[in-house]
Design a protein around this ligand. Structure first.
Ligand SMILES: C[S@@+](CC[C@H](N)C(=O)[O-])C[C@H]1O[C@@H](n2cnc3c(N)ncnc32)[C@H](O)[C@@H]1O
Length: 280
């Protein structure tokens, strides 16, 4: 694919607008149109969909989302240097791109939803997990978005999709596995980015699923924080930091206490979270 619209090639956009990548903003740009189109298509057809994109930068993925048929894109970019380049994209797709100049960490994403809404982003690596945790812990659940399609470092992607017994299984895997179906769509090599990051990346696709009502995320997070805080220890020991009678928690989850957090099914963490208030 050599062209998807009448806008200048991304290398030219970067040169014209002086978008020298800044490390502190997690800037690793994607210039390959085949790759950006592939990311845009991970969640299926974009017809009629509003996409929220974090960190459009020079606009490569943004252009792919628009060219692939997204009804509209709301893009949040912190780097003011990128705004003129994005204004050109907005002009090429009249009425379909809104750029918010600001910090993605400060957004109330619910206010940005309108009809079928998805979040798609090549995330700045330094705030990726924090943003993901924010989206996965939204209330009410299922949330306003149909899906998340996100680029992470491969190691983070593995933690998101990890299952009990796997090395990468931890707090993030419990949270994602409890509230969503998450899969790695494909890996992306370092050379796909300008500049290349230090490690391989992967695109993760996450689709929320219904959960039991009335179980506060906070309680689940308290249990997983304690359990995985000392992941090599037996849960009888690691759960002590919760400051409640551990035997009551173990009983609620049908555990003996000699298990390790990394081997427990998600349901065991949920059962302990349900028992927490009664034990306080
Ligand atoms: C990995 S680059 C992706 C750029 C572009 N989407 C691409 O795929 O080529 C991350 C982008 O997020 C932006 N960014 C970094 N921190 C941000 C923040 N707190 N809020 C919004 N955007 C941010 C960076 O300026 C950069 O444009």
């Amino acid at each position: 694919m050599s062209q998807i619209d009448n806008l200048p090639p991304l290398r030219e956009v970067i040169a014209t607008h002086g978008l020298r990548a800044k490390k502190e903003l997690g800037q690793n740009f994607l210039l390959d149109l085949n790759l950006t189109a592939r990311i845009a298509r991970v969640g299926g057809s974009l017809e009629g969909v509003r996409v929220i994109e974090v960190g459009p930068g020079p606009g490569g993925l943004t252009r792919a989302l628009l060219a692939e048929g997204a009804r509209e894109v709301i893009a949040i970019e912190r780097d003011a240097r990128a705004l003129p380049a994005l204004a050109e994209v907005a002009e090429a797709y009249p009425g379909r791109l809104t750029v918010i100049g600001g910090d993605a960490m400060d957004m109330d994403y619910r206010l940005l939803a309108d009809g079928p809404t998805r979040i798609v982003a090549n995330l700045p690596y330094n705030i990726g997990t924090q943003l993901l945790t924010g989206w996965l812990t939204m209330e009410p659940w299922p949330p306003f978005f149909e899906s998340l399609t996100l680029m992470f470092q491969r190691e983070v992607a593995e933690r998101i999709v990890a299952k009990p017994g796997e090395d990468a299984y931890g707090r993030l895997g419990v949270l994602a596995g409890w509230r969503a179906d998450a899969r790695i769509a494909f890996n992306v090599g370092r050379q796909a980015f300008v500049p290349p990051p230090n490690v391989t990346s992967a695109v993760v696709h996450i689709v929320p699923k219904p959960v039991e009502e009335g179980l506060p995320v906070k309680l689940v997070e308290q249990v997983t924080k304690a359990a995985f805080g000392q992941r090599r220890k037996m849960v009888r020991q690691s759960l002590k930091s919760l400051g409640v009678p551990v035997e009551g928690l173990l009983a609620a989850a049908g555990l003996k206490g000699d298990e390790r957090a990394e081997d427990l099914p998600i349901e065991a963490f949920l059962a302990m979270a349900r028992a927490l208030p009664g034990l306080r």
